[in-house]
Design a protein around this ligand. Sequence first.
Ligand code: KIV
Length: 263
Amino acid sequence: MTKKTIKAIQQQKGQRKITCLTAYTASIAKIIDNYVDIILIGDSLGSTIYGMKNTQKVTLEMMKAHGRAVSQCCKKAFTIIDMPFNTYNNNKEALANVKKIINYTKCQSVKIETDESNIEIVNHLTKNKIKVVSHIGVTPQKYKNFNKIRTVGKMPNEKEKILNLALNLEKAGSCLIVLECMKESLAKNISKKLKIPTIGIGASKDCDGQVLVIDDILGISSSETKPKFVKSYANFEFIINKSVKKYCLDVINKKFPNKKNVY
Ligand code: KIV
């Protein structure tokens, strides 16, 4: 079994929609590797795994540990790992940290949150043979308080600015681009104008692919208010509650362990 290459993912543009989900642990990675084209080890692990309010305190060490656990279980899916906040402020720092993360985790590409100020970093990393996924629109690392996040691309001048940013990031060598929380018409236009695939989250069905956080689709999300773009396909919170309650009752009532569970 061979892992998908970036070339194979790029060739899906216009042919078949690209599927992507996040994973942070080996057990989830093993399951979803059978289905999705891409697995993203997102810095959303700050909230899903570590209970943080935002992603600004996620460290390189956290990403390395979870990245390696996931990457080792991926036999088919292409892997992307997030560079955490404050680890890619200039060319030198970005390349040094990207090398650390790639060498340790063996992920195939890195994702960085981008704006006009760091296009040059994408260029520098690409020249050094790193596959870079750019992330534009809403870039969560900028926010301490996620309640302040608002959709982008409502005003004509903002639309033009974001489209130009996407075009420049493609020129700089990005292999894919994530479009987060933006007006549908803008995401559609960017997807049409770029040669590289766009992966949307709260963007548009016209993106070349979609990504969601695994905890959200499974219904085990810790956050009380969910963004509109989230769709839950299961209610694992309910299943966990029920199972744990039953286990506790079994222990209290001496129904567990029973004969089958002891040596
Ligand atoms: O950190 C993350 O999981 C992400 C995706 C939701 C796009 O960046």
